[in-house]
Design a protein around this ligand. Structure first.
Ligand code: ATP
Ligand code: MG
Length: 391
């Protein structure tokens, strides 16, 4: 029944040039997610984006793809009425109601918008005249202007649209309208969710994974690649850097007190991520940290990992309980992948009793034992990082 979708977006705060960038980014993103599904036509029209579907398209698949596009506030499957003269309009809307609702025992209200200000009727006139027409054609209908069961929306443009189904979009802003960030992506539950949340604010993503072969397996790395793919359904294509972290980890293991391993390791992850971020023109780092979740995420530990970066570090989950993070990961379909049991590089080198309240001075002191070789090792790790293009 539907051959097109009207896409609405929140317009708050969109002015001048911003608005134009936002709309173009949204249009391009929509075209991007639909391209693999068929030959859709995506156009901008006065405060709306309009998607025309190819013959034989899959409705469910299309809606699901659109629900992953940040910036969309709602998705309305519409019937297009070729001509907007009053007779065609009433007939078109009436036919829509007839086809859509075989059982017409419900209350309704007509909502009208006209983009064409030269149209002979005003919006309130369209509403009341259309309401009257529908009541005449379908006497079993009842009007309720306050709490209607069905809202019949009519938009009058060069062509006109009628719709009554409004599917919620994901909200947020189109990816790419707010710069780029570097996500520290592990195989866990948290970091993909963190990337999703920051990306939802219009930030495009690059990602870095610290791999420690042979202590972490190919399977563990594949799991991260799979997570990156799932995430890219929302964020669009992204580069995933895989940094070989083994030598650095062994060196730290060799030289530093074992109860400080995790903290020192995390400090080197942040340092390397920051360098990659600069290289990739990223404006911030993103992690899945949450206060108190594990020993390396106490306030003291966070202060200690934060200290080594000058670039902003975004931690969208900082005040989230695990259960709420899990809920989002289930919704965005990363959970099942995240819980696959492949070790990540942190678990191999964890001490039995890691410090939970690291003393910054002590940590800095311990790091001095690495002076001989660490700068070169960091450089090598960055230079030898492999890049996987995630589409
Ligand atoms: P997650 O579920 O995201 O793995 P976690 O609860 O296991 O988080 P940690 O292992 O302490 O917590 O990691 C905290 C954050 O550090 C992660 O959310 C992620 O952003 C980053 N991180 C940890 N390990 C890695 C890794 N091997 N590669 C890249 N980033 C990592
Ligand atoms: Mg982890």
């Amino acid at each position: 029944m539907y051959k097109a979708f009207l896409i609405k977006y929140a317009e708050i705060g969109l002015k001048g040039n911003n608005r134009y960038l936002f709309e173009n980014a949204l249009r391009d993103r929509i075209a991007g997610v639909l391209r693999p599904l068929g030959d859709y036509r995506v156009t901008k029209e006065q405060g709306r984006i309009f998607v025309e579907c190819p013959d034989g398209y899959d409705y469910e698949e299309t809606v699901q793809a659109l629900q992953r596009v940040f910036g969309i506030s709602s998705i309305c499957p519409v019937v297009v009425i070729g001509s907007s003269d009053w007779d065609s309009l009433t007939k078109g809307v009436g036919d829509y109601v007839e086809a859509m609702y075989p059982d017409r025992n419900f209350t309704f209200k007509v909502m009208a918008k006209r983009a064409d200000k030269n149209y002979p009727l005003t919006s309130p006139e369209i509403c009341s005249n259309m309401g009257a027409y529908l009541l005449r054609r379908f006497p079993e209908l009842k009007v309720d202007v306050h709490k209607p069961e069905v809202r019949i929306n009519v938009e009058v443009r060069t062509k006109s649209y009628v719709y009554s189904i409004v599917i919620e979009g994901p909200g947020g802003m189109p990816v790419g309208t707010n710069g780029k960030a570097m996500l520290l992506l592990s195989g866990g539950i948290d970091s993909p969710v963190a990337g999703y949340m920051i990306s939802k604010r219009g930030v495009s993503m690059a990602a870095v994974y610290f791999h420690a072969p042979p202590y972490t397996s190919e399977r563990a790395k594949q799991k991260v690649v799979d997570l990156a793919k799932k995430l890219s359904m929302y964020t669009g294509k992204m580069k995933l850097f895989v940094v070989n972290f083994t030598d650095i980890q062994l060196y730290i293991y060799d030289k530093c007190p074992h109860d400080e391993l995790t903290i020192i390791m995390r400090r080197y992850m942040m340092r390397i991520a920051e360098k990659l971020a600069e290289q990739e023109n990223c404006l911030g780092l993103v992690t899945g940290e949450s206060i108190g979740q594990v020993a390396s995420q106490t306030m003291q530990s966070l202060a200690s990992t934060n200290e080594v970066c000058t670039i902003p570090v975004y931690r969208p989950l900082i005040a989230f309980d695990k259960k709420d993070i899990v809920e989002i990961s289930e919704r965005i379909d990363t959970y099942e992948t995240s819980i696959q049991p492949f070790e990540d590089c942190c678990t191999i080198f964890v001490a039995k009793h890691p410090v939970t309240k690291p003393n910054l001075k002590a940590i800095r002191n311990s790091e001095r034992r690495l002076e001989d070789k660490i700068d070169e090792m960091v450089m090598t790790a960055i230079e030898t990082a492999s890049v996987i293009d995630i589409e």
